[in-house]
Design a protein around this ligand. Structure first.
Ligand SMILES: NC(=O)c1ccc[n+]([C@@H]2O[C@H](COP(=O)([O-])OP(=O)(O)OC[C@H]3O[C@@H](n4cnc5c(N)ncnc54)[C@H](OP(=O)(O)O)[C@@H]3O)[C@@H](O)[C@H]2O)c1
Length: 198
């Protein structure tokens, strides 16, 4: 399975650091191009591979770590995302609720990525907390929500491989709602740094 992180800002870098910690190969790409990622990849080692956006889009699992306002810019690259999994790490924190209409932000992102399977995950913690070591014997919880049961299970497995305790919440508009900013307010699971035994 090929992974790519689109966006090398705070949360994209945190994700890259987590992949590097497990020595799982991941591509990373940003708007400005791979040359701007040299110092990051030097720091994190050979499992984090700087790529052009074009190359990074070849991955089967894409972590979307760009501002919510930039998602359409990424999505327009393909008319059809052909079953790829897009992990929506964005939070619509500074987005006017009217901009989302009656939809959750992940539903808006999902509409833009036609043909992709969207999973909401890895978005609930500040970058500085994500992947930080919990107490001995515990794993940090990562919430996973999707309308696609298989895609949810796949990302739950990836989360486990990365050292987290995944908690699957089910559909975006059901268990996944507290993982979103709704009506301008963070849902109940955002910023909850939980740990799980095992
Ligand atoms: N920061 C957090 O603690 C945190 C936690 C959870 C979720 N989130 C969510 O994650 C998203 C990213 O947040 P952030 O704080 O990491 O932002 P950030 O530090 O501002 O980084 C944004 C990244 O997105 C890239 N980008 C912007 N437009 C792009 C485009 N059209 N194509 C490709 N790459 C593009 C930028 O590329 P360049 O570097 O080339 O400019 C940059 O690397 C936001 O939606 C935020 O709500 C953030």
């Amino acid at each position: 399975m090929k992974y790519a992180i689109i966006g090398s800002g705070k949360i994209g870098t945190a994700l890259a650091r987590i992949f590097a910690g497990k020595k799982i190969e991941v591509a990373i790409a940003n708007f400005r191009g791979p040359a701007t990622l040299a110092s990051l990849t030097k720091e994190l080692g050979s499992s984090v591979v700087p790529q052009s956006l074009q190359d990074a889009y070849n991955a089967e699992i894409i972590f979307l770590a760009v501002p919510f306002s930039a998602h359409k810019n990424v999505a327009k690259e393909f008319k059809q995302w052909n079953g790829k999994i897009v992990v929506d790490v964005t939070n619509a924190l500074h987005v006017a609720p009217e901009e989302l209409g009656d939809l959750l932000s992940s539903e808006v992102v999902s509409q833009a990525f036609a043909g992709a399977r969207l999973v909401k995950a890895f978005n609930h913690l500040p970058a500085a907390q994500l992947g930080t070591n919990p107490s001995l014997g515990l794993r940090q919880v990562v919430f996973v929500s999707s309308n696609d049961v298989d895609a949810s299970a796949t990302i739950a497995t990836v989360a486990s491989e990365l050292g987290f305790a995944p908690v699957e919440l089910g559909r975006l508009d059901q268990g996944g709602v507290p993982l979103h900013v709704v009506g301008g307010r963070p849902g109940g699971l955002l910023f909850q740094n939980l740990e799980k035994l095992g």
